[in-house]
Design a protein around this ligand. Sequence first.
Ligand SMILES: [Zn+2]
Length: 713
Amino acid sequence: MRTALVYHEEMTAARLLWDDPECEIERPERLTAAVERLQQGGLEQRCLQLAAREASEAELGLVHSPEYVSLLRGTQALSTEELQALSGQYDAVYFHPSTFHCARLAAGAALQLVDAVLTGTAHNGFALVRPPGHHSQRAAANGFCVFNNVAIAARYAQKQHGVRRCVGAAVGWGLRRTESGGVGCSETPCGALLCRGGLLAPRWEAQPLSGLCTPYPRILIVDWDVHHGQGIQYIFEDDPSVLYFSWHRYEHGRFWPYLRESDADAVGLGPGRGFTVNLPWNQVGMGNADYMAAFLHVLLPVAFEFDPELVLISAGFDSAIGDPEGQMQATPECFAHLTQLLQVLAGGRVCAVLEGGYHLESLSQSVCMVVKALLGDPAPPLLGPMVPRHSALESIQSVRAAQAPHWTSLWQQERRPSAVSPGEPKCKAAEAQTSAVLSSLLDQLHLYATPPVRTVIALTAPAAALVLPPDVLHQEGSAPREETQAWARLHEALTQDTAFTALGKVLHLLNGILDGQVSSGIATTPAAAPTLEVVLRQGLSHGAQRVFCVALGQLDRPPDLANDGRILWLNIRGKEAAALSTFHVSVPLSGTTGGFLSCILALVLPLAYGFQPDLVLVALGPAHGLQDPQAALLAALLRGPAGGRVLVLVEQECTCQLVGVLARVLHGEPPPSLGPFSMASPDDLQALAHLRGQLGAQWEMLQLLLECRELVA
Ligand SMILES: [Zn+2]
């Protein structure tokens, strides 16, 4: 993966020139600490390094009024007293003679990053900037923010790189440049206007296309800073082409910026209704489980349905552990997981732009984690208990309820968990446990070593047609013959020639993963069921503590495997939805995009993250029924829960193309698009509601509160 890193040291020039306790935390060291940490970790050198340019005044004018830009231009010549007086006219803002230059560099860096990603110079990237931008408004500075870097970048991407994506089955998908990028014509070449909310489409170049063309470039902005980016919300609140998601410390309106419109029921205006998604946190202390639950149960369902062509992250890290502003508990590696989850959208075109973050150690470690994820490195496993807080579940439920009229992916046939816990006793236990491990979390991070080899494929026969990234290794070796023979005795089928050879290769690959030499791999076998059983047994005897096994197709759980909680077995393509035990779950494979996504986001990932496995096995058995993009998405998302330790076992009848696409996603590339979104069937929703009811008490990451009032009462 090619990752751009945009920076300019002149952005450290602006600093506070008078006493102001509120503003003193926004200091130049925020950038220098992050850059130093990127250098020490060898990450800066792995990126395509770009020196930020200044945004032009015309580019600033995409979002800001000419009078405001002119006012800022004038600050360069003001005395300290005059700067202080002007600063006092805004909420939590300070100006410096170099503010105008720094702020133009910050906006320009975001534009350069968008250029690099949308022209294909880079796959994704990070713009390390200050001042931040998300509070800034059309004609007002606010909350340390001068120009709204991310909002300008979104408008610029639409204007400069008007892209559209054809999702017709006949042509796959590709990017086409628009003629003008402007708004004002409803003509689409294929005649299929999918415009939600009646926005007029840009004029397209005439292209012989079939299928469905969406008429404007859709941009998702994910604002994970701990403050509400009200500036971004105001700019796009009536615009359905930009979906703005923000979570923020809110405390029922008692936290800055104290706005009624930061609450969950602010969903956008006019044609933009449903395209503003606010998730207010009403307590401090939100941690990894809460953030992951918010992504799995709110952001990702909506994002997949929206189907963006570009993802911009308002990447503030005051939402990370240790930050004095946020007082949250999410650890730096959580941001690697959040990034990884976003990389399955928009063909992986993800641009992160720094916003807040005031604890230098937490900030710089979190920045490193995001850059590592962008580079395709596996995310370190999440530490600490994966139990969302009751207050987090209430917030998640309130935003789901507010957004359900606008997004079919949030519709569900809700059912109260059969043995639901009210949450508080568990949350209290979780809190105590969390604070006990907090102090050591930051120290532990560097102990997680990335294996030297990221992806290996172990095939029984050479596959000339296989196209792979150059550094994916073809494994030649096998486990020692005696070891293979010992395991092959378990099943007659494994003593056959090809199956025996395959078993030796699978064991060798598995041992490489468990020994920390290899992160992930794919192996083929003509006998998936008995090989999978051997892999499970060998995994546990070779030191794995917990194995998450997703079996697809005709693969039954081996009957004499101990049900001691060390294996969580999930069969997709089960005949019916059933939780045979806490650790044995079966779910049918949905025929719709929405149903498949709901299964992954609402069931598979919550189970996987809740289980906290140290190895993930994905087995594609006979008649698994998955299309290649579905298999790729599943594998890509399952890189998260076990720190990238994934072994995919493929029945040999599967195609070369499938092995190729799996190898690429395990290597960190984005999965191909699933195609047009179609909503989940009532049967799919019923199946998920049934399983959630059966399992929600044991697996808290599955939980959604249904009637919060009832539970609180
Ligand atoms: Zn912030």
